[in-house]
Ligand binder design. Structure first.
Ligand SMILES: [Zn+2]
Length: 226
C-alpha cells in the first residue's frame, strides 16, 4: 500500500519516495504527495525524478501516469514533486465548494473542480438561486478566515451519520476502516477525501460565473476566482 502523505499534509509539494512497480506507463511508489483523481478533484501532475507525471489515478494503489517513453528503475529512490500552483488552485476551489455547500441549502447532486473554475449541482428550483446572495455568502466566509480542519471517524460512525455525506454522487473513500471529515466549525462538516486549504482566507475573493439548469434535479453554480 502506498502511504498517502497528502491526506495529513496537503502542503507537501516535494519529497523522496521509492519506486515499487512500473506498469503500463504508470509508476507505483511507497509514499506519495500526488492526489489521485477522485471526488470531483483532478489528479495531480508533476515530476518523478527526471520523468514527467501527466495524471494521477487510483487503481489498486496510486498510479502516477508518465509521459509515454522510459520509466524509472524499480527499487530506486527518487525525488517527487507536484505542480504546486495547479494543486493549490484545486485546494482553494475545493474548499470554496465546501463553503458553497453551506451557503446554498439544498442537496448536492454532483460537483467538479479545475484550475480555473469549480461547480456544484444542487437539487433546487432556479428561482431560489441568486448570484448576488451566493457571492456575498461565500465571500463573507472566505473573509472570516475560518480554519478547515481534518478529523477522522470510523466507517461505523459514518454509517450512523448519513448527513455527513453531502454529495450524493460522490461516496467518500472507504476500505481502511476510517473516513476523513473536513470540519469548518459552525459552517460545514462532511466526509471528504480531497485536499483543502488550512484557512478559508487562502481561497481569496470568489465570483459566481454562472448559474445554469443542467436538468430537473441539477442546477449548476459555477465559481471562479474574482
Ligand atoms: Zn472536500
Amino acid at each position: 500500500m502506498t502511504e498517502l502523505l497528502f491526506r495529513d499534509d496537503p502542503y507537501l509539494a516535494a519529497c523522496e519516495a521509492r519506486v515499487l512497480a512500473v506498469r503500463d506507463g504508470a509508476v507505483e511508489l511507497d509514499r506519495t504527495i500526488f492526489y489521485p483523481q477522485g471526488g470531483g478533484q483532478p489528479g495531480d501532475t508533476g515530476r518523478i525524478g527526471d520523468w514527467r507525471v501527466v495524471d494521477t489515478r487510483m487503481g489498486d494503489s496510486v498510479l502516477h501516469v508518465l509521459e509515454p517513453g522510459s520509466a524509472p528503475e524499480i527499487g530506486s529512490l527518487v525525488r517527487i514533486e507536484i505542480d504546486w500552483e495547479r494543486r493549490q488552485r484545486h485546494m482553494r476551489f475545493h474548499t470554496a465548494l465546501h463553503l458553497l455547500c453551506a451557503v446554498v441549502k439544498a442537496p448536492v447532486t454532483g460537483g467538479r473542480m479545475a484550475e480555473d473554475k469549480a461547480h456544484l449541482d444542487f437539487d433546487i428550483e432556479m428561482e431560489k438561486l441568486s448570484k448576488e446572495e451566493i457571492e456575498a455568502g461565500v465571500n463573507a466566509l472566505v473573509k472570516a478566515g475560518l480554519e478547515a480542519r481534518p478529523r477522522w471517524i470510523t466507517d461505523a460512525e459514518l454509517d450512523a451519520r448519513p448527513d455527513l455525506v453531502k454529495t450524493m454522487s460522490v461516496a467518500p473513500p472507504r476500505g481502511t476502516g476510517r473516513v476523513r471529515l473536513i470540519d469548518i466549525p459552525g459552517v460545514d462538516l462532511q466526509a471528504c477525501g480531497g485536499t483543502h486549504v488550512r484557512n478559508t482566507a487562502e481561497i481569496g475573493p470568489i465570483a459566481v460565473a454562472r448559474i445554469r439548469s443542467e436538468g430537473k434535479r441539477n442546477k449548476r453554480v459555477t465559481l471562479v476566482l474574482a
